[in-house]
Design a protein around this ligand. Structure first.
Ligand code: AMP
Length: 214
């Protein structure tokens, strides 16, 4: 299986797709959002930036990226979920992956209609302990017991940025800074697109497996 970099607007489903790849194919999941949420528990400035929906600075992200990629498990393919989000991050990422000899990666763009994204974000619930993601508005993604994590029994929570106000900021940041990266990766011949509009993810997961195994 090839290494995967996900590009998507907020709420497109990169977290749940990553969970699937970890479970089925033993990927190592690197979620910059999850790492930052851990940091935000003790760092008020990061917590405030995230709550507003703004992007954390490139400097912080690049040092986090360097530290994480240099400690990768060499025997597993990796998923990078949440980075790059800016052109500068993409350029630095290329250099780091090249230096590490990790050149076999595919960039997967998860395409979802804008009107579906907000609904998904508003219904999202996450486990603060194991990071599994649920959705209290979508039958396929509800926990077995209301508001309790199926995997570890922890009470679920709503992310501080999963509200309409932060979503608007996050979506605009996506359009301004991240969406242009599709062209960047298309020019590098690395871009694959899958559609994830349906709440039944089976087709999207089949498409995903198709693009990461060829
Ligand atoms: P996510 O869990 O991927 O939706 O990320 C949640 C939040 O973490 C984002 O809205 C940003 O505030 C921050 N974040 C995550 N990854 C990055 C990144 N690569 N660059 C800047 N900010 C990021």
């Amino acid at each position: 299986m090839r290494n995967v970099i996900f590009l998507s607007p907020p709420g497109a489903g990169k977290g749940t797709m990553s969970e699937y790849l970890v479970k089925e194919f033993n990927y190592e999941h690197i979620s910059t959002g999850n790492m930052l949420r851990e940091k935000a528990k003790v760092d008020e400035s990061i917590a405030a930036v995230m709550k507003s929906g703004a992007l954390v600075s490139d400097d912080v992200m690049i040092s986090l990226l360097k530290e994480t990629l240099s400690n990768l498990d060499k025997n597993k393919p990796f998923i990078l979920d949440g980075l790059p989000r800016t052109l500068h991050q993409a350029e630095v990422l290329d250099i780091i992956l090249n230096d590490l000899g990790k050149r076999d990666y595919v960039v997967v763009y998860i395409d979802v209609d804008q009107n579906i994204l907000l609904d998904r974000v508003i219904g999202r619930r996450v486990c603060p302990r194991c990071h599994k993601t649920y959705n209290c508005r979508v039958v396929e993604f509800m926990p077995k017991e209301e508001n309790i994590c199926d995997l570890c029994g922890q009470e679920l929570m709503t992310r501080t940025d999963d509200n309409e106000e932060s979503f608007t900021v996050r979506y605009q940041n996506y359009l301004d800074s991240t969406h242009p990266l599709l062209e960047y990766y298309k020019n590098l011949n690395r871009l694959k697109t899958i559609n994830n509009n349906s709440n039944n993810q089976n087709d999207a997961l089949l498409d995903l497996v198709g693009v990461i195994s060829d």
